[in-house]
Design a protein. Structure first.
Length: 360
């Protein structure tokens, strides 16, 4: 998974602060940057800042995506058949947000510099993709990036996001999206810059997990600047192959139960149940019996472990999908926080998952 940041010229974002942010992100392993030429049109100083950002990021071997318009092309002396000015700046991808039709996109996709041509994943239609192909566009050099949405309640719904992304993936197009920071937010609204609306006030690591585990997104950018080091590190540590869930333990959980819960990973059984997620690798020969404890009603999203009363099933860990009655043979050992519940649907049969203690 490629992780990126957004860097902006103008307003409070001076060159020094941007370079320091790039230094931190690069040292952590962030590989991509998004910046905007469109946002600085009409301000010569900010335009120069944007160019400095691109050149500096390139020195750090980072891939730079910048949004452009026909006006930007004119200002930089580029045209559809000659993207040399962008190449000399060090631009990796140009995002054609508006002002370009299918014929233009197709022409640019055949450039000699390997510059990726990025279309707007949130607004593009299948008809437009087909038109690009009719005009002999190089589909291998066409990428897609969703919008970010500064205004509250204007972000995409999950279903609309998935519909657009799925359509693009069927053509083999790489797709990226934005998540917000909860620490450093961009003005003038300071309401976060997510692609999906329900991510707006969510911790970025959870928003990123939501995108990563869906297996459709190729790159994730922080829309806001400046994201904190902790936020960057959390997102960079995500393992796309293991669904990571936070758990809040109940009181008096035994050491054996803790060992089971915090195993390196669990695997949901292939013969999955509609009522529970069953760990297929938690039932082992334990040196001592698991005694009954906290055998209470199993509310939805509770995490349970079978005690000695279950006989050979002792030690089996389960996550409750639908509320179940109490059972003297089943210990409730924890619960997932409400924020984590959106990740439960990603634990399909055979999928790996693991737990981390809530709050680290």
């Amino acid at each position: 998974m490629n992780i990126g940041i957004s860097v902006f010229a103008g307003d409070k974002y001076d060159v020094k602060s941007n370079m320091e942010y790039i230094d931190i992100a690069s040292s952590l392993g962030v590989s991509r940057i998004f910046t905007s030429f469109n946002a600085v049109m009409g301000n010569e100083t900010d335009l120069k800042y944007a160019m400095e950002i691109i050149k500096y990021a390139r020195l750090k071997n980072m891939n730079i995506m910048t949004d452009v318009s026909p006006k930007v092309f004119s200002l930089l002396g580029a045209d559809l058949k000659d993207l040399a000015p962008f190449y000399r700046l060090g631009t990796s991808y140009i995002r054609c947000d508006y002002g370009f039709d299918a014929m233009n996109i197709a022409e640019m996709s055949k450039n000699d510099y390997g510059i990726g041509i990025v279309i707007n994943a949130s607004t593009v239609t299948q008809k437009e993709i087909e038109e690009i192909l009719i005009y002999a566009g190089n589909i291998k050099n066409i990428k897609a990036c969703h919008n970010f949405y500064p205004h509250p309640y204007t972000g995409l719904s999950c279903s609309f996001f998935n519909e657009k992304t799925k359509m693009l993936k069927e053509y083999g197009v790489e797709v990226s999206a934005f998540i917000p920071s909860q620490v450093g937010r961009r003005g003038p609204l300071y309401e976060g810059l997510p692609t999906i609306e329900y991510h707006r006030n969510m911790k970025p690591v959870l928003a990123a997990r939501d995108l990563v585990y869906g297996n459709m997104i190729d790159a994730i950018y922080f829309g806001d600047a400046y994201a904190s080091t902790e936020e960057l590190e959390g997102v960079l540590k995500i393992d796309p192959d293991v669904v990571e869930l936070e758990i809040e333990l109940t009181k008096n959980v035994s050491n054996i139960e803790k060992n089971i819960i915090f195993s390196p990973y669990h695997i949901n059984r292939l013969d999955a149940s509609e009522y529970i997620v069953r760990s297929g690798n938690s039932r082992l020969e334990w040196p001592e019996k698991i005694l009954p404890s906290n055998c209470i009603e199993r509310n939805k999203y509770a995490v349970t472990i079978d005690n000695k009363g279950m006989g050979r099933y002792m030690g089996e860990l389960q996550i409750v999908r639908q509320s179940l009655p109490s059972d003297p043979r089943v210990n409730v050992v924890g619960t997932m926080g409400n924020e984590n519940t959106l990740l439960l649907d990603y634990i399909q049969p055979g999928r790996k998952f693991k737990f981390i203690r809530k709050g680290g």
